[in-house]
Design a protein around this ligand. Structure first.
Ligand SMILES: [Zn+2]
Length: 260
């Protein structure tokens, strides 16, 4: 790259970072639907290798519901129910995942002391426009992080709400790491998780999972607004036969959030 092009690229970056909050033609790719997962469609249909062709950043789960997925910088991490983090085989499959090519448009320092709700409110201001999708990466140091995972299931598959009722929960204190997540618009109910959905991976890649709560010491969040949704639906008998006509929002609330 010549010096002239470097200058031009630098100027463009400055405009992009300082510009409007709107998306820049970025795509959220997802396989299956959240309601199919809630209904127990846990057989993977898309390999991780294939999934990674659609993005280097995202969250999801694995074949048989075997743990929580964190895809960060193109690397998959599998947080299993034993609380350990594994490097999954790229030939393994996923029954539900959402990914994007992470290209942040803006970043914001996250004040010390904020909890998950506080961070969500901060990000809602930064990622203005709730009818778009938003990907968020937050690197930081945390006073406390609480996660959960889910154990691998065998047939006949139970509903996700019944699996989550006995999910293992893990707490780690004084830990650096990265939050990976998305905010989906209200109208995606049934398709994905409406609102914020975060997973976590520690900097040393030894701790993580679906985020239930945290407290920030220091953090820097990056936001990537997304304005396209691409879905690939499983070509399986289970998906073809499952009843996706009813409202599973109450079940989803119970699965995603911590029991109070
Ligand atoms: Zn999750």
């Amino acid at each position: 790259m010549t010096r002239r092009w470097l200058v031009l690229a630098g100027g463009w970056m400055a405009v992009a970072l300082a510009g409007c909050a709107g998306p820049s033609r970025n795509t959220l790719f997802q396989t299956s639907t959240i309601d199919a997962l809630l209904a127990g469609v846990y057989d993977g249909d898309l390999s991780l290798r294939e999934l990674r062709r659609h993005g280097n950043f995202g969250i999801g789960t694995f074949d048989d519901l075997d743990g929580e997925m964190v895809l960060l910088d193109g690397q998959f991490h599998q947080v299993r129910a034993d609380g350990r983090v594994y490097s999954p085989d790229l030939d393994g499959e996923t029954p539900f995942a959402a990914v994007c090519r992470f290209q942040p448009e803006r970043q914001v320092a996250v004040p010390s002391g904020l909890d998950m709700e506080g961070v969500e409110q901060l990000l809602d201001r930064e990622a203005a426009g709730q009818n778009w999708f938003a990907a968020i990466r937050m690197d930081g140091h945390f006073k406390m992080v609480r996660t959960r995972s889910v154990p691998a299931q065998s047939r006949p598959y139970p509903l996700l709400k019944d699996v989550a009722a006995s999910q293992p929960v893990f707490t780690c204190k004084d830990i650096p790491g990265t939050i990976v997540g998305f905010r989906c618009p209200p109208y995606v109910v049934g398709v994905n998780v409406s609102g914020w959905h975060f997973h976590f991976i520690s900097r040393d890649r030894s701790f993580g999972g679906h985020l239930l709560g945290f407290e920030v010491v220091t953090g820097m969040a990056q936001v990537d607004m997304l304005d396209r949704l691409v879905m690939q639906l499983p070509a399986t008998k289970d998906f073809a036969g499952v009843d996706l006509s009813r409202d599973r929002q109450a079940e989803l609330e119970g699965v995603e959030k911590e029991k109070k």
